[in-house]
Design a protein around this ligand. Structure first.
Ligand code: FPP
Length: 284
């Protein structure tokens, strides 16, 4: 059995990833500056984080700022960075109280020091959270992370990459202690239907759910509707019907053959290409 491949019966819990789109349009439609939409969007983040555990979500990855977002006007970028800092600082207490572990994935070297410091403080204060793992993707680009992971593996002389070794390197590219975890459900608000360089590797078998609702107007009701729709889908992972999982040793040569990932109820079994460090209660 390759050490970095686990086929696990996961604890009840979904990995939901959200592309939070529509802040600007929501604000403009109300005659407000775009920054007001982002501020309202931050309130939605708070509401969704609170609603997630009751819906069986165990990991929530939110796309807060893509590496391409640096191209926005300086004023808007500055407002967003201030908002992230304020959120991270002001929410830490509440996150700890609610058992939420906060992590940030993405590049940190281009973030201003006060934001980096606030992130590190919040990550360390919330490290014991076991109810929900909230991951904020800031200065995140899936393509850049994949390129960085491949480069790191090549520099380490790792030889030919496998899906598993690349996934492990990808986790490392996200930041200390981070991992690349398959997404169960990807939600995008704001009416667009694209992935925008978000978790491209991890969304290989994600179920996709799009809504026209703008992020500031999104709420627990919409999240519950998305999760409920997800539970109604049959996930076949390339197979035909739900099949019992095979042990990795029974897979094709080098493990490169078909990889059954079926889950009886579509959610309770998952293949992950990451090794979970002990003591994280299955959160990743
Ligand atoms: C996309 O909407 C949204 C962003 C680029 C920023 C996301 C930020 C938030 C939700 C605010 C707070 C987040 C945290 C984590 C505190 P857009 O502005 O591109 O909307 P548009 O397509 O209508 O212009």
């Amino acid at each position: 059995m390759r050490p970095s491949t686990l086929i696990t019966a996961i604890p009840p819990g979904l990995h939901v990833a959200i592309i939070m789109d529509g802040n600007g349009r929501w604000a403009v439609a109300r005659g407000l500056p775009r920054a007001a939409g982002h501020r309202r969007g931050a309130e939605t983040v708070r509401a969704i984080v609170e609603a997630a555990p009751a819906l069986g979500i165990r990991t929530l990855t939110l796309y807060a700022f893509s590496s391409d977002n640096w191209r926005r006007p300086e004023r808007e970028v500055a407002a967003l960075m201030r908002l992230f800092r304020a959120y991270v600082r002001s929410e830490t207490k509440r996150l700890v109280a609610n058992g939420v572990r906060l992590s940030v994935i993405g590049r940190r070297d281009r973030l201003e020091l006060p934001l980096r410091t606030a992130i590190e403080a919040a990550e360390s204060a919330t490290a014991g959270g076991t109810t929900l793992h909230l991951r904020l993707a800031i200065d995140y680009s899936s393509r850049d992370a994949l390129a960085a992971a491949a480069t790191a593996a090549w520099r380490a002389g790792a030889g030919a990459l496998t899906a598993d070794s690349l996934a492990t390197a990808l986790g490392a590219a996200y930041g200390p202690g981070a991992s690349a975890l398959d997404v169960d459900l990807l939600i995008r608000t704001g009416g667009e239907r694209r992935l925008s360089d978000f978790l491209l590797w991890e969304c290989a078998y994600a179920e996709l759910w799009f809504t026209d609702v703008m992020w500031p107007a999104f709420g627990a009701t919409e999240l519950a509707a998305a999760v409920s729709d997800f539970h109604g889908r049959e996930r076949r992972f390339g197979g035909l019907v739900a099949q019992p999982l095979q042990a990795p040793a029974a897979l094709g040569p080098g493990g490169g053959g078909p990889r059954p990932r079926s889950a009886g109820d579509g959610t309770n079994q998952r293949r992950t290409t990451t090794v979970r460090p002990p003591g994280q209660c299955g959160l990743a």
